[in-house]
Design a protein around this ligand. Structure first.
Ligand code: AP5
Length: 216
């Protein structure tokens, strides 16, 4: 099954993708995670992407397209995938179609996680991420059992630099500029399903699983 999770920053794309990937035994492809790994490893891509990411802007399409097509050249995607953080605009949606149609692997389902600005800000400014395994926590919504330590691997939790309030505002603005064209694009292909993602993570997960069962 080939699934895209769309939605604003903080909609829960990463949280839901990780859970879904485990349950459906599919690889989770997050362009944000791949970019952060490149920044950390100080690769050429990471050096080019860092400033855009710190400012809450999109990394140029050309750089992300190359990164994505390298990821889609890996054999694990043959069984399907959960794509999180891509596409972010119409140009990226068309690039993705090009990559997937060359492999005869059309997208089965696009889930749009509709989230209010209030919820986005509360989630992102309280998010904690594990520096070792990348698991997501939240200071109040999903607190770790012990202080700033990951429940899963005991790694140290940190706050993402782009989760500072000013950068969150910028990310929401960037998202809103591109979202409607993207939503229209997938609506016209008849593969878009919209869910309200303001509710609890378990409720949202149940709804996504039901959609995946109805569309497989
Ligand atoms: P990326 O990492 O993709 O960030 P994003 O899209 O802004 O999404 P987030 O990771 O912030 O949010 P999420 O929806 O995954 O929410 P999460 O599950 O973590 O991208 C970062 C940057 O990389 C971009 O700004 C850009 O610069 C660059 N980039 C990435 N992709 C790109 C592309 N395609 N093109 C160009 N540039 C690109 O949840 C957030 C918090 O809420 C967590 O604390 C979680 O515990 C909590 N939470 C989640 N769901 C719930 C719930 N239902 N109830 C309560 N709490 C919840």
């Amino acid at each position: 099954m080939r699934i895209i999770l769309l939605g604003p920053p903080g909609a829960g794309k990463g949280t839901q993708s990780k859970e879904l990937a485990g349950r459906l035994t599919l690889p989770h492809i997050s362009t944000g995670d791949i970019l952060r790994e490149n920044v950390l490893a100080q690769t050429d891509l990471g050096k080019k992407a860092k400033d855009f990411m710190d400012k809450g802007e999109l990394v140029p399409d050309k750089l992300v397209a190359k990164m994505l097509s390298e990821r889609f050249a890996q054999p694990d995607i043959k069984s399907g995938f959960i794509l999180d953080g891509y596409p972010r605009n119409l140009n990226q949606a068309k690039t993705l179609d090009g990559i997937l149609s060359a492999k005869q692997m059309p997208v089965d389902l696009v889930v749009y996680l509709d989230t209010s600005d209030e919820v986005i800000i509360q989630r992102l400014t309280g998010r904690l991420v594990c520096s070792k395994c990348g698991a997501n926590f939240h200071k109040t919504n999903m607190p770790p059992k012990i202080g700033s330590i990951c429940d899963i691997c005991a790694g140290k939790l940190y706050q993402r630099k782009d989760d500072l309030p000013e950068t969150v505002k910028k990310r929401i603005e960037v998202y809103k500029n591109e979202a409607s064209a993207l939503i229209k694009y997938y609506k016209e292909k008849n593969i878009l399903h919209t869910l309200s993602a303001d509710g609890g993570a378990n409720i949202v997960l149940r709804e996504i699983i039901a959609l995946s069962q109805n569309n497989s």
